[in-house]
Design a binder for this molecule. Sequence first.
Ligand code: DLL
Length: 433
Amino acid sequence: MIWNPEYECMDREALLALQLRRLQTTVAWVYERVPYYRDRLDVAGLRPRDIRTLDDLRRLPFTDKTALRDTYPFGMFAVELDSVVRIHSSSGTTGKPIVVGYTKGDLSTWTECTARVAAAAGITSTDRVQMAFLYGMFTGGWGMHYGIERIGATVIPAGSGNTERHLMMMQDFGTTALVSTPSYALYLAEVGEKMGVDFSTLPLRVGLFGGEPSGESMRAEIERRLGIRATDNYGLSEVMGPGVSGECECQCGLHVAEDHFICEIVDPVSGEVLPPGQEGELVVTTITKEAFPVLRYRTHDLTVLDTEPCACGRTLTRMRKVRHRTDDMLIIRGVNVYPSQVEDVLLKIEGIEPHYLMVVERASGMDRLEIKIEVAEQIFSDIMADMVAFTGRVSDRLDSVLGLSAKVTLVEPGTIERSVGKARHVDDRRTME
Ligand code: DLL
């Protein structure tokens, strides 16, 4: 179902005109209200009135995470705190998080955007949707919750963790849809299988997955094990949270809510804007946000934009599934390696569970990569000679895809830490020299 055809199927020219008007308003809004943006525009010799066409967007300076951190907690807010009705923060690993705020109007826009994502994934008012995202400072839980509720579906706000309880509710409540990270969906399948849950007999039919990268093999694995259609949706706290883009039933790219966000693809090194069809870093400008607008935010996520019409009827640009970030690239002995490459290889090998950990160490100035991989019970208990042959085969495949040799260690099922949120695949123990 198309939630808001007026905007989602808008004539491209009208959409671009709308984007320009909204961009002009946003630039004037932040210039007036956020000292950081005013200073940056002044340095660039720009005034809001200089934004006359959409191409003028390129004249604006980029905004990066550092600016958002340095102004902690409320320095980037464009409204008084009195008008802020909700605060969230980014899932930063160390130090202070990035704090973002929403006015009543922002919450309404956010709900609209996540309702679109849910409707595009196939959610209707008759669905029972089980939420396995964290409800807290993370934007995933609350963001998706309100959008799904707006559609009129029944929300089951189970939250993250307690997998057995999730499975119980799923069976007892007749859950038809699951909202989680893709890695948690697999974990749920794993625990359910151990408990003897037969997913094929449950009414569960669709999954809305996001918050972390996942490839097509991972999608196929989730679809097979849970017996559902798995859709991907994308967003980030700095820009809003979930709701920035989501897949429709065609599963061929994530439609961007372009009436609220302008997306550009830039070369991650030079910052030069790249044409549609080329892979690069996604840069997002919000054009309707009141409390926390961002101009040209560097997401570090790598993707490609596709402006070709989609079979679903939406005219909104699609972004390809995000597989990796510029900052999760590991450089090991000079070779660039992404965790997603390892995931793709492993998921194609029979008997391997899609749980792995890449451990990088440096000894005597040499980088060493060890990949710990879980294998299915029957392989693990097989005789030693088979294990050695199996490890050799896995290692050969990884070597040829990664372009470097890695030590492969098979570990018992269930030994790699499971996450109830975003999965962690890398343990980089190298100290800076
Ligand atoms: O993860 C927002 C979100 C929640 C989106 C739930 C979708 C569903 P942050 O915690 O700020 O916000 O993390 C944002 O997560 O820059 C990407 O690197 C990654 N990410 C989010 N969704 C996807 C996705 C939320 N569908 C960061 N595919 C982003 C790949 C994703 N990466």
